[in-house]
Design a protein around this ligand. Structure first.
Ligand code: PRP
Ligand code: MN
Ligand code: MG
Length: 181
């Protein structure tokens, strides 16, 4: 179908529900990091929408940097092989890093990123993931800020893609099986 609606089975979270969760987490983060030298690190490409809205929900301005990593390619399952496609532009030495992610699925991407950051001399590193799938976890990831725990379905929208499509959907929805069957 040319229309996105034909490709989804149900909406999990609306744009409004996501926005109010981001407001809540932004308030927590601003309080937790008061007076600290924070850098937000977004994980391209999935985190673009979360970063755009979360950063604007914050009452303070933190520098942003981006890393591009990918483990999925065009399939629906993580390959487990994480590749850096674009590294950070800034030195994070002595910075309090908050990694901004759209979703923790198997946990492999963030596990790998956290190990990578540990070797950059940061003052601290924490994770904010808007979504997490507890039933899909293959490795444990310490995630201080979690938006929503969700079932183990393939979800799209709000930055989340299937084969690079659907990132522009404003809500987060379950992808209809006919799309990837
Ligand atoms: C997706 C998602 C997370 C990661 C989570 O990224 O945005 O970064 O997978 O999966 P995991 O916990 O099983 O590692 P993807 O590799 O699809 O790249 P993208 O952000 O460019 O879509
Ligand atoms: Mn991603
Ligand atoms: Mg993806």
């Amino acid at each position: 179908a040319a229309d996105i609606e034909g490709d989804i089975t149900r909406v999990l979270f609306t744009e409004e529900e996501i926005r109010s969760k981001l407001d809540e987490i932004a308030a927590r983060v601003a309080a937790d990091y008061e007076g600290k030298d924070v850098v937000l690190v977004g994980v391209l490409k999935g985190a673009i929408m979360v970063m755009a809205d979360f950063s604007r929900a914050l009452p303070v301005s933190y520098p942003m940097d981006w890393m591009a990593v990918s483990s999925y390619g065009t399939g629906t399952r993580s390959s487990g092989v994480v590749q850096i496609r674009k590294d950070l532009d800034t030195d994070l030495h002595d910075k309090h890093v908050l990694i901004v992610e759209d979703i923790i699925d198997s946990g492999l991407t963030l596990r790998w990123l956290l190990d990578n950051f540990a070797s950059r001399g940061v003052a601290s590193v924490e994770v904010f993931a808007l979504f997490r799938k507890p039933d899909a976890a293959k490795v444990h990831v310490d995630c201080k800020y979690v938006g929503f725990d969700i079932p183990n379905d393939f979800v799209i929208g709000y930055g989340l893609d299937y084969a690079e499509k659907y990132r522009n959907l404003r809500d987060v929805a379950v992808l209809a099986p006919h799309v990837y069957a």
